[in-house]
Design a protein around this ligand. Structure first.
Ligand code: DWN
Length: 398
């Protein structure tokens, strides 16, 4: 296959088999569903890591069910990000901020008091409506060069375009980067946040592999992509959210990069020269087998196991492990749009976090990236009996 950033040949890193799209929840567990391959490849030239097969963004996002959760973990991250952008001078109170993939606008709502103007751009019809109803102006569009040009013509150039966990979600990142380039003022910045491929591989986060995640960015691959569109990578910072994310800062004009850029380049040169990808597939299968053995041992002794979090990554975990509703009957989740539906593949029923009957003996933390706040929420809710199975980076009970 060819690298979708630089065109060079790629080689396979891991094949997770066939699975339905991670957010394609269904109305009945017996509903038929399409499955698609999940094969990850690596380009040794620009170090891009990509899905071999991509789905259309229209198919994935028009009726999207993922709503950014109200979360202390995410609110703390928004505070960090806002502080980073302000202290480094990437935004100030006069800034016009545009966020592609803004979802219900939680991050923009955090930004709104500190900048001049915010605008979301998100193609998901119901979610974009929720954002507008909440007072976050949002265009129900994919972020494309024509949409970017229209925004610039009507509202002026953007001082910040910030794409959080959406640049990796497109079959062609070139179109989104080109759109940002045509909207940003020369004095502005393009900020991209995505799951960081070194965290994904080193922490055995194979559940981060799903059809929405078409790219797994590194400093090397992001820098190669940005340079093709006249952007200069000027700063990088890391965050623990979503299993470990990288925040890239790019300028449309040449500027001296912060020391962070070379620091992470140097670390990646060591990473990409090792056989870390070879071990990733084996370690992922070991983690999967250990999870299946634990869940089946517990349930064979009569213990009840429910999932906590109808997450996209949870559906990869369950599909790759072959765990279904016969192992795990319920998945609790805080998203009203998901409650009452059934998870793709496994057919597990999604129920609200608070429900009448007894809590399970174990929760499988399919939203492990919120572990601390979920455990706290469950305990504060009076449930001191359920224990938690944490699947990543190695299966354990807490
Ligand atoms: O890249 C993506 C990341 C950023 O978000 C998207 N492609 C899809 C999505 O991935 P995810 O579904 O794994 O996202 P989260 O944010 O890790 O999980 C959110 C899910 O967890 C929601 O369905 C809500 C649920 N949740 C809950 O039920 N109780 C979350 C929290 C914090 C809770 O307390």
């Amino acid at each position: 296959m060819a690298c979708r950033i630089c065109g060079a040949e790629t080689r396979e890193v891991i094949d997770l088999g066939l699975s339905p799209p991670a957010n394609a929840l269904k109305r009945s567990p017996d509903d038929g569903e399409q499955t698609f391959p999940l094969v990850v490849e690596w380009c040794s030239k620009c170090h891009n890591v990509q899905l071999r097969d991509t789905m259309s963004a229209e198919e994935l996002y028009r009726d999207y069910l993922y709503v950014t959760p109200q979360s202390e973990t995410l609110a703390a991250h928004y505070d960090y990000l806002l502080g980073f952008l302000r202290q480094k001078g990437y935004i100030d109170s006069s800034a016009f901020v545009v966020e592609p993939g803004s979802n219900v606008g939680l991050f923009l709502r955090h930004m709104q008091p500190h900048v001049r103007q915010v605008l979301g751009v998100d193609p998901a019809r119901a979610i974009s409506q929720m954002a507008n109803d909440a007072g976050i102006p949002t265009l129900t569009e994919f972020f494309s060069p024509p949409v970017a040009k229209q925004v610039k013509a009507e509202q002026g150039p953007a001082d910040l375009v910030i794409a959080r966990h959406c640049l990796a979600h497109n079959p062609s990142p070139h179109e989104m980067v080109e759109a940002a380039r045509s909207l940003i003022a020369d004095s502005g910045y393009f900020v991209i946040e995505n799951a960081y491929v070194l965290n994904t591989v080193e922490n055995v986060e194979f559940d981060q592999i799903y059809h929405e995640h078409m790219f797994y960015y590194s400093i090397h691959s992001m820098s190669a992509l940005l340079q093709m569109h006249g952007f200069h990578l000027v700063d990088v910072t890391m965050s623990l959210v979503h299993g470990g994310s990288a925040v890239f800062v790019a300028s449309p004009v040449s500027k001296t990069p912060q020391p962070s850029v070379e620091k992470y380049f140097a670390r990646e040169r060591l990473f990409f020269n090792s056989s870390v990808f070879d071990g990733f597939a084996e370690r992922s299968k070991e983690a999967r087998d250990a999870l299946v053995a634990l869940v089946r041992a517990l349930t064979s002794e009569g213990a009840s196991v429910h999932c906590y979090g109808a997450t996209a990554k949870g559906n990869t975990l369950l599909s790759f492990a072959g765990l279904t509703r016969s192992d795990i009957p319920y998945c609790v989740d805080s998203t009203p749009m998901k409650q009452g539906l059934f998870l793709p593949g496994s057919g597990i029923k999604v129920i609200p976090e608070r429900y009448e009957f007894d809590p399970p003996d174990y929760y499988l933390l399919t939203a492990w990236n919120y572990m601390d706040e979920i455990v706290r929420k469950v305990r504060m809710g009076g449930n001191y009996q359920s224990q938690f199975i944490v699947p990543i980076p190695f299966v354990r009970i807490v």
